[in-house]
Ligand binder design. Structure first.
Ligand SMILES: Nc1ncnc2c1ncn2[C@@H]1O[C@H](COP(=O)(O)OP(=O)(O)O)[C@@H](O)[C@H]1O
Ligand SMILES: [Mg+2]
Length: 244
């Protein structure tokens, strides 16, 4: 018997006017895995995250979380159920301190201020931001801001974490630290879906990859197989990759 997937998308479609950003997407996220969501800019990756997290509604289709259709639930309810996400462009509250930013996430589970603060400090320690806890969020470096995004998401104690390009723009050593953090998160039992462009990062980290192209699923499978797929090379990776 195979375990029930944590997420099942069935014919998920999202239109923006005449543009079909997600076009009948069918995919499953397996419990406990790290799934890589890859594909060229404009493929619909962030849109799919927005649909799963509830930032805006699907045009049609079903999204099941642990077997329950969540497609019409508000974002806050999905967060309570255990879906957390980061934004491709970090969205910290710059007038607030780092720990206050994380407390906003912690309130989802801990309505009492002191409990939420304790949770926030615990998560800051976990992601390695304790030294900046009292700093203004505006003072953080770009990689620290991405860590703050992850911390705020983790403070909601998610079962599913959607990471939208959290490793983008980092130096190689920062990216390595980010990879270690993602592995550590998965080891605690949280399922991770991550959008990432650098294949050297994706390949060793993810258990499976799904490739989106023009809003549709172009390929899915083990990362080593996906990067050898002719359609994926043509649409996304490019001919130089074929030679390699
Ligand atoms: N809120 C929106 N309003 C209008 N068009 C959007 C919106 N969000 C995304 N799109 C369009 O949907 C397509 C997919 O975008 P996106 O999901 O951001 O792609 P990716 O994350 O793969 O780069 C793009 O053509 C983008 O311009
Ligand atoms: Mg995107």
């Amino acid at each position: 018997m195979t375990a029930q997937p944590i997420i099942v998308c069935k014919d998920v479609t999202r239109r923006f006017g005449g543009l079909v950003a997600n076009d009948s997407v069918n995919l499953e996220v397996r419990r406990g895995e790290i799934l890589g969501l890859i594909g060229p800019n404009g493929a619909g990756k962030s849109t799919l995250f927005n649909l799963i997290a509830g930032s805006f509604p699907v045009s049609s289709g079903v999204i099941e979380f642990n077997g329950q259709n969540i497609a019409s639930l508000p974002a806050a309810r999905r967060c309570q159920l255990g879906i957390a996400r980061t934004y491709q462009v970090p969205r910290s509250f710059d007038s607030m301190s780092v720990v206050e930013n994380v407390t906003v996430g912690a309130f989802v589970r801990y309505p009492r201020m002191l409990d939420a603060l304790n949770k926030a400090h615990e998560v800051l320690d976990y992601v390695g931001l304790t030294a900046s806890a009292e700093a203004s969020a505006s003072e953080l470096t770009p990689p620290q801001k991405r860590r703050l995004e992850v911390a705020r998401a983790l403070a909601t104690e998610p079962k599913l974490l959607l990471l939208d390009e959290v490793l983008t723009g980092l130096t190689p050593s920062e990216a390595r630290a980010g990879v270690e953090l993602i592995r550590k998160i998965r080891e605690t039992g949280i399922t991770v879906v991550m959008v990432e462009h650098v294949m050297e990062v994706v390949m060793p980290l993810v258990d499976r990859a799904v490739v989106l192209h023009l809003g549709k699923v172009l390929a899915e499978g083990k990362p080593a197989d996906v990067v050898r797929n002719d359609d994926v090379i043509t649409a996304y990776l490019g001919e130089r990759h074929r030679a390699a």
